[in-house]
Write a protein that binds this ligand. Structure first.
Ligand code: FMN
Length: 318
């Protein structure tokens, strides 16, 4: 039986336990994407919680693909020095850290919002959002931005990367057949964009570098997401199951009526039945007892705690 506090291997790295702190944007300090002193102390505090794996918040691979102006960035080589300080700090505290690579696509803060196809969301946070179909040239450029970001993460000393392929951002927009109406192979095979990025990052890093993906559990259905997981399995070390593209009504997370945990945990349990690689459960997991129960009942491999992080810090101080 899986134990919460047992060492566990993800890709080529051994984690000290099965607890994950999921990516949570906390960047409010600068608007050039560079790491501030506050970011470093923030990650030191998170690492002190004792979680086995820390996922650094969504960090933008592109200056123009940020979701907020103050988002952390990994779009230029000069940003590596600051990022390295975060990776080193988490290591000093005895934990493992991967960085989440992100592009907001349609939800970018301003400018031309790159999207697999022309797509409009009428009102989102009071702003209309109009995504513009990426040309083959732009698509290739953005793909290379992800790959270069993977290289920078490796140089900065992170243990790995997590490709943000969920929650409605650019890669989720590719997966979503509600949004992605392209007539080229990136449309006929909506998983191709993510697959090529994962594959290339492996080529330029090492076998022990963790390459994971956050995938929507309902993109737009659990069956479709399971297909994506199987497609990507040869190129990824783990699946972290979250929400899909959520800005229209055809993506409806659901679970059996009597299921005791969240829809995303349910999706993780079902996807785990179809793949051999580790699957992470996340969403509304509030205490250690619940974590243990989820590991036991769902056969997932890692459990996440975001909002409830204080629970972990208190346990660690005992
Ligand atoms: C303030 C905040 C920021 C977040 N930022 C990110 C992010 O950068 N990337 C991401 O994939 N999810 C992000 N999330 C979602 C969390 O990773 C997680 O899935 C969510 O909080 C549910 O887990 P919880 O119930 O344990 O908090 C964020 C959530 C919150 C509350």
């Amino acid at each position: 039986m899986k134990q919460l506090f047992e060492a566990h291997k993800i890709g080529g790295k051994t984690l000290k336990n099965r607890i994950v702190v999921p990516a949570m944007v906390y960047s409010i300090f600068r608007n050039d994407g560079y790491v501030a002193e506050e970011n470093i102390e923030h990650y030191r505090a998170i690492a002190k919680s004792g979680a086995g794996l820390i996922i650094q918040e969504a960090t933008s691979v592109s200056n123009t693909g940020r979701m907020i102006e103050t988002q952390l960035g990994i779009w230029e080589d000069e940003q590596v020095t600051g990022l390295k300080r975060i990776a080193d700090t988490v290591h000093e505290e005895g934990s493992t850290v991967v960085i989440q690579l992100h592009h907001a696509g349609l939800m970018s803060v301003d400018g031309v919002r790159d999207c697999p196809s022309d797509f409009s969301v009428p009102v989102m946070f009071t702003l209309a959002m109009n995504g513009k179909e990426m040309t083959p040239h732009t698509l290739e450029q953005v793909k290379q931005q992800f790959i270069s970001a993977g290289r920078r993460a490796y140089e900065a000393g992170y243990d790995g990367i997590e490709l943000h392929g969920a929650d409605g951002y650019l890669i989720s927009q590719f997966f979503s057949t509600n949004v992605n109406k392209r007539t080229d192979s990136y449309g006929s095979q909506p998983g191709q964009f993510a697959l090529e990025i994962l594959k290339e990052i492996r080529v330029i890093t090492s076998d022990s570098f963790i390459i994971g993906i956050r995938l929507g559990g309902f993109e737009p259905t659990l069956e479709k997401s399971t297909e994506y997981a199987k497609l990507l399995e040869p190129y990824t070390d783990y699946f972290n199951i979250s929400s899909g593209f959520f800005m229209n009504s055809s993506s409806k997370p659901s679970k059996p009526e009597d299921y005791p945990f969240s829809e995303n945990v349910y999706a993780a349990e079902i996807i785990k039945k179809a793949v051999r690689k580790p699957v992470f459960a996340v969403d509304e997991i509030t205490d250690l007892q619940m974590m243990e129960t989820i590991l036991e009942q769902t056969n997932t491999d890692m459990v996440s705690i975001g909002y409830g992080l204080q629970v972990l810090s208190k346990n660690n101080q005992k």
